[in-house]
Design a protein around this ligand. Structure first.
Ligand code: GLC
Ligand code: GLC
Length: 657
């Protein structure tokens, strides 16, 4: 019955559509629209069914889809079809990414194109350019305060440069990822400007309240993202004479998605960037999309409906375009951004694995893997056709958002353990080598997060300053160990620019008044290509880190079991310093079995023994037939034990003659 209603509506919409749509070859469009219309209509109705003129908005939605389909370049439409046919293409182990700030890495888009050989040298074939959409010159949260969703900053280049870069990347098999900041605009965006000028239609794009009643009620349940620099979630605006909801910085105005116009505008923006050649869009701060009084305003069911709707719409116009969810939330919440109650991903195909990232740092600080293993085990399985973005560092801070129950199960007190991690990573704990700095300290509850580059957090900066050869070696090993895990765990590894040569903290941001209060800038470096040239000078840490990572990437790409087909099993080694898992065939995915790989990682600064008996249950018990694919040699065994040196990892293959 319902389906019939939506079909007759669809027919009406198609009749009402502007005549020039009918003159074009819309075959694929109609097929995909027919296949997805029922879902799109029900989601749209769930969200906006009680808005007057609902059907008018529905018509406009289909027009946005059709217009963007017509604008979609022919070569991208071809790619759509290939990807629809090979719909698991992004789960393959060949993909290895890097996130970078354009100005700090290559200056501008032209410069980035010239760096293609560098990506190829390292083995990078997915590049995430941090936001370059037009943003104000002063404070802009590193570009996450967008003042025009269809323009890019002049210093970055032009739209032609983007399209040219996308084409050059495509030619070399590199995927382009761009940011779409869905949750908020800059206070200088024209919608905000119009609101300030009294245009009522734009007022409804945001949350604006004339007095403190509603803001005060909201505040009771809403946490603060930047409590030290931007306390509270509302900002008084003089010209409006009202309180504007600003969850992040006071110059970032939250968009009001209960207004269908906002949804349609942002859908148009996503499809626009897909049409400029983005293979993937990173959807920023998706957990925050829906605001509801009396709640934390994060992870609301409607935020999930919105993402499903964005996805289903994309399936009609640009099915080859993937979504990355940036949802840095509790472990059990993150996984929902793939979609719930669905076999395949219904929201975002890819999600930041913030849980794994934070756990890796926890294991590094404690030198043991109790919490890491517990927390990973208590996560539910993820959907098919969905994959993690595994990373060690990114442009943001590290937060300790583990589940309290997991911390307790690992034998720690949650509050105390978080305080210990904070002290350890900021070098305040006796014996710690880490050079992080606190970020977003909250006076009210004592919460804090950590900034710092990988190399500084892993102790390389400290060891170099001490000229301690042994500690330099350990720090380099820690850097490699952490990467070995994001390469083997299952998912797309995302390196952070500069980490491939062990870049240290950079405090020059303190001299810039627009950045000085945000310690995340210490790990957003301007790369020095003369230092990077040391990657070819044996004996330097730059050389060791770069060349070993390069080797790891090349080997990862050859290991079929590392593709992410939900084919990982954690193995308890009865030694808390060790983290171990098996990557093997998955009955549903692998018609031909893949060669199983046993991953072992030692988080301790002392050698550790792995009992071969524990490995024998998985067929890896015979030391004479094991080979470590990373070193290309048999692992070091003594009697019934496999010996791992400090911070060593192995990618073991079995059955060597
Ligand atoms: C995302 C970005 C972060 C930014 C925030 C607000 O979480 O990663 O850098 O501050 O959104 O846009
Ligand atoms: C919080 C937010 C995340 C944001 C980060 C910036 O973790 O959940 O979206 O990127 O803060 O520090």
């Amino acid at each position: 019955m319902y389906e019939q209603v939506s079909h007759s509506l669809l027919n009406r919409i198609l009749n009402d559509m502007k005549p020039d749509f009918h003159k074009r070859d819309l075959r694929h469009f109609y097929t995909r629209l027919g296949a997805n219309f029922y879902a799109i209509h029900s989601l749209f109705e769930k969200l906006y069914g009680n808005v007057p003129d609902f059907e008018e908005y529905m018509l406009r939605l289909v027009e946005v889809l059709a217009k963007n389909y017509l604008d979609r370049p022919y070569d991208l439409q071809e790619i759509d079809i290939t990807r629809e046919e090979d719909h698991n293409w992004f789960l393959h182990q060949q993909w290895v990414g890097m996130a970078l700030y354009l100005d700090g890495f290559a200056g501008n888009l032209q410069g980035l194109k010239e760096k293609i050989p560098y990506f190829q040298e390292l083995g990078i074939n997915l590049v995430h350019i941090m936001p370059i959409l037009k943003s104000p010159a002063g404070k802009s949260d590193g570009g996450y305060a967008v003042s025009d969703f269809r323009e890019i900053n002049k210093q970055a280049g032009t739209l032609d440069d983007i399209r040219e870069l996308a084409a050059a990347f495509r030619k070399h098999g590199i995927l382009l990822t761009l940011d779409v900041v869905l949750n908020h605009t800059s206070s200088q965006h024209k919608w905000a400007e119009k609101t300030r000028q009294g245009d009522l239609q734009y007022q409804d794009y945001f949350f604006i309240f004339e007095d403190r009643n509603l803001p005060d009620m909201f505040e009771q349940a809403m946490p603060e993202v930047f409590p030290d620099t931007d306390p509270g979630n509302f900002t008084w605006d003089e010209s409006i004479q009202g309180w504007v909801m600003t969850v992040f910085h006071d110059y970032q105005w939250d968009l009001n998605y209960s207004n269908p116009k906002v949804f349609l505008e942002m859908l148009d923006v996503i499809l626009f960037w897909g049409n400029q050649g983005a293979d993937i869009v990173r959807l920023d701060a998706v957990a925050f999309l829906w605001k509801e009084l009396g709640t934390s305003c994060q992870n609301r069911p409607e935020a999930h409906l919105l993402l499903q709707l964005f996805k289903d719409c994309c399936q009609v116009t640009a099915p080859g375009l993937l979504f990355i969810a940036e949802a840095i939330v509790a472990p059990l919440e993150v996984i929902k951004y793939f979609g719930e109650d669905a076999v395949v991903a219904k929201e975002c195909e890819i999600a930041y694995n913030a849980t794994f990232m934070a756990l890796l740092w926890e294991a590094t600080a404690t030198h043991n893997c109790k919490l890491l293993a517990h927390a990973i085990k208590s996560l539910p399985g993820k959907l098919d056709r969905a994959t993690w973005l595994n990373y060690v560092r990114c442009h943001d801070d590290i937060g300790f958002g583990f589940d309290d129950e997991d911390i307790k199960n690992a034998g720690y007190d949650p509050g105390e353990h978080r305080r210990f991690l904070m002290k350890y990573l900021t070098g305040e704990f006796e014996g710690s080598y880490a050079g992080g700095q606190p970020f977003a300290f909250n006076e009210k509850n004592g919460d804090a997060r950590v900034s710092g580059t990988l190399a500084s957090l892993a102790g390389l900066e400290y060891a170099m300053a001490q000229q301690d050869v042994q500690e330099v070696d350990f720090a380099v090993r820690r850097i490699l160990l952490l990467h070995s895990l994001i390469f083997s765990f299952g998912g797309i590894p995302l390196l952070y620019y500069g980490d491939e040569v062990g870049t240290f903290n950079d405090f020059s941001y303190l001299e810039d008044e627009n950045r000085a209060d945000d310690s995340r800038w210490m790990h957003r470096p301007r790369l020095n290509w003369e230092t990077l040239a040391r990657r070819d000078e044996p004996g330097t840490p730059e050389y060791t880190i770069f060349q070993e990572l390069r080797k790891m990437i090349a080997i990862r790409k050859e290991i079929d079991a590392f593709a992410d087909f939900n084919n990982r099993e954690l193995v308890d080694m009865d030694n808390d310093h060790l983290f171990a898992f098996l990557r093997s065939s998955h009955p549903r995915y692998h018609q031909h079995p893949v060669e199983p790989i046993f991953v072992l990682a030692n988080f301790d600064r002392h050698p550790q023994a792995a009992d071969l008996k524990a490995l024998s249950a998985y067929g890896f018990g015979d030391s004479r037939s094991l080979l470590d694919l990373f070193t290309g040699r048999p692992p070091h065994c003594f009697r019934n034990e496999l010996i791992l040196s400090p911070y060593q990892f192995c990618w073991l293959k079995n059955g060597v003659a």
